[in-house]
Structures are given as C-alpha cells and as structure tokens.
Design a binder for this molecule. Structure first.
Ligand code: IMP
Length: 195
C-alpha cells in the first residue's frame, strides 16, 4: 500500500516517517507530489482537523492519506492552547513566541500539568477512514531545557522520560510521544482493517 503524509510541517513529517518505518510500499510527502496547499484547520477537535487534512489530500491524490492533528492541553489554562497550539501567539506559527506566551500565562500558577494529544487519521479513496489517538502526560517547565525536537518540546517535561522532549533523542521521544502512540494505534487498526 502507498501512503501520502498530509502535512507541510517538516518536523512532524520526519517524526511520522520514522514512527511508521518500513511498513508501506511507498510513503510520499506533499513536496514529493508537488502539492503546495495550506489546509485550513477549521475543526474544533483534533479528530475533525486530522480528518480534514487527510480527506483533502486523499481527494487531491486519490491515494490513502494520513493526517495528524496535535496540541498541548494545559490544565491550569482550562485545556489551552489545545487545538489552537500552532497559532497560540498568532499567525504564522512561531514556536518561540508560542513558548513565551505559554510561560507568561503560567507565571505564578502552581499546577503546571499538561498533556500532548495527537489524533491520526487515514482516509482511503472512496471515503472510508480510520482514526486513532495517543497522549503523553507531563508538566510545563519554568524555562526552556534541551535543543532537540520542535514546538513546545523545550518546555514539556515528560513523565515517561523524566526529561523534556527537547532533551530526548527523536527515537526516545517517538517511543512515548503522543504522535508515536497515535500512529502505532492507527497502524494496529489498519492491520485489523485489511486482515
Ligand atoms: P498541528 O497538529 O499542525 O495543528 O500543530 C500543532 C502545534 O502543536 C504545532 O505547531 C506545535 O507547536 C505543537 N506540537 C504538536 N506536536 C508537538 C510535539 O511533538 N512537540 C512539540 N510541540 C508540538
């Protein structure tokens, strides 16, 4: 089976490809197929947005397409930034400004617990789809720690790894991350689907 990864985010693309490994005959990025579109995330849930991305690219390419939507939900901020994680400090997405805003919103708050969530979806030509979720629990640190990863990784202390995602190698992060878990769950469902 061939698969298109429906993202323009090169950080996510790299992680997704490494998590999936060698399980497909061919994996295409949007760039590989010469597709240059900005898909608007108009959904109000991770699942809706993952499906919007996967459906749009499936209709475009007529190939099974994988979309992922992720975000960071902080308990003391009533779940924000959540589905708005990419544009928390405004558009276009700026990782550094997003972290600055998050740290300033959390100033003086005792509870810094947070959760990353990913919903991954594959949409097939004809419209059938499967979705799966993954989560990673942790806390927002007081300052940036580590240089690996992307997005909020420098301030997300993972309870699984006992360090921030930005202090972990990509391999370590993928073992416990929201995206790693969501995609592995999705691949399990896919196996059952095509059995
Ligand atoms: P989206 O899934 O493209 O809407 O992106 C969500 C946003 O959440 C990204 O722009 C990042 O800021 C953040 N994000 C998603 N996954 C991760 C991650 O694995 N580490 C750090 N930040 C992430």
């Amino acid at each position: 089976m061939e698969l298109v990864i429906a993202t323009n985010n090169k950080d996510k693309l790299r992680e997704i490809k490494n998590i999936i490994g060698e399980k497909f005959d061919k994996i295409y990025s949007l760039k590989d197929l010469g597709i240059d579109i900005d898909i608007e995330e108009t959904g109000s849930t991770f699942e809706e947005n993952a499906l919007i991305k996967a459906r749009t690219i499936c209709q475009f390419t007529n190939l099974p397409s994988l979309g992922d939507d992720s975000g960071l939900s902080v308990n003391a901020l009533d779940g924000a930034p959540g589905v708005y994680s990419a544009r928390y400090a405004g558009e276009p997405c700026d990782y550094n400004n997003n972290i600055n805003k998050l740290l300033s919103e959390l100033e003086g708050k005792k509870d810094r617990t947070a959760k990353f969530t990913t919903v991954a979806a594959i949409v097939f030509p004809g419209g059938k789809f499967i979705t799966a979720e993954g989560a990673a629990e942790g806390e927002i640190t007081l300052e940036r720690c580590g240089t690996y990863g992307f997005g909020y990784d420098p301030v997300f202390y993972s309870y699984d790894l006992k360090k921030t995602f930005a202090q972990a190698t990509e391999e370590e992060k993928n073992m416990v991350s929201h995206r790693g878990r969501a995609i592995r769950n999705l691949l399990e469902k896919l196996k059952e689907e095509i059995r």
